[in-house]
Write a protein that binds this ligand. Structure first.
Ligand code: NAD
Length: 246
């Protein structure tokens, strides 16, 4: 029977790549994003023969989650897997950060994940085969300039992963994926020189492509990862394991 995955932040980047990959592997995909370009991603998947349903909504809204789940149940059936991937980030040092900016990043990255997991849990628990991937970041483990709220939320997701994996262990596997530098809209406006400098900080010497993150997400969601829960998987081309020092 076809299984259904719900992916947030699926209008582009890693979320859209995950949706395309899961659909190509035979999953039905529900895509949730603030950006109505999510409709185009769903249309593209359907024209390639996949099953997809797009919902334009905000992960921070309880009403949007209720509406989305209603539509997914009607259109695709219960949710078997969840990828919490939407993000908000502002590059501002803490001493210049407004409360509104701090709060928005916590709302989207952490509270949006809480609301999504809560909305899908009954479905995910029903056959003891549910799985969740929370998309964190290498920022959870390393300090970089001007991303204090983003880093705090991404570290929060690693803790939440262990908590959820403990709480729902026999019913839902919960894992956390920590991407490093991956070429998505997040890199728009970053100069070629700065991109090259970031690529040079990886062991592989390049930035990643969204599908190179989607592939391990698919693995963690599927039955091949049936004994993996509560883990954090770094997908960063070796950014975390190499340093440059004379
Ligand atoms: N690209 C990277 O280098 C990188 C590195 C580390 C971690 N990540 C993580 O990967 C995930 C995906 O990032 P990406 O690079 O693909 O970014 P992206 O900007 O391409 O996609 C993020 C999507 O989230 C959506 N979104 C934002 N706020 C939302 C909300 N309130 N409700 C619903 N949707 C909302 C946006 O519209 C966008 O389509 C994020 O969690 C990000 O933190 C990315």
């Amino acid at each position: 029977m076809t299984r259904t995955v719900l992916i947030t932040g699926a209008a582009g980047g890693i979320g859209a790549a995950t949706a395309r990959r899961m659909a190509a592997s035979g999953w039905s995909v529900a895509l949730l994003d603030l950006d109505d370009r999510v409709d185009e991603v769903a249309a593209e998947i359907k024209s390639a023969g996949g099953r997809a349903l797009a919902f334009v909504g905000d992960v921070t809204s309880e009403n949007d989650w209720n509406d989305a789940l209603e539509q997914v149940h009607v259109g695709l059936g219960p949710v078997d897997a969840l990828v919490s991937n939407a993000l908000a980030t502002d590059r501002v040092a803490l001493h210049e950060m407004t409360l509104a900016s701090w709060q928005r990043q916590l709302d989207v990255n952490l509270t949006g994940t809480f609301l999504g997991v809560r909305a899908c849990l009954a479905d995910l628990r029903r056959d003891r085969r549910g799985s969740i991937v929370l998309v964190s970041s290498v920022h959870a483990n390393f300090g970089l300039p001007a991303v204090p709220a983003y880093a705090a939320t991404k570290a929060g997701l690693t803790g939440l992963t262990r908590q959820l994996a403990t709480e729902y262990g026999g019913e839902v596997r919960v894992n956390c994926l920590l991407p490093g530098p991956v070429l998505t809209a997040q890199w728009d406006g970053i100069s070629d020189a700065d991109r090259a400098a970031s690529a040079a900080q990886t062991a592989t010497g390049r930035l990643g492509q969204p599908d190179e993150v989607a592939a391990p997400i698919e693995f963690l969601l599927g039955d091949q990862a049936s004994f993996i829960t509560g883990t954090t998987l770094v997908v960063d081309g070796g950014w975390s394991i190499t340093k440059n020092s004379a």
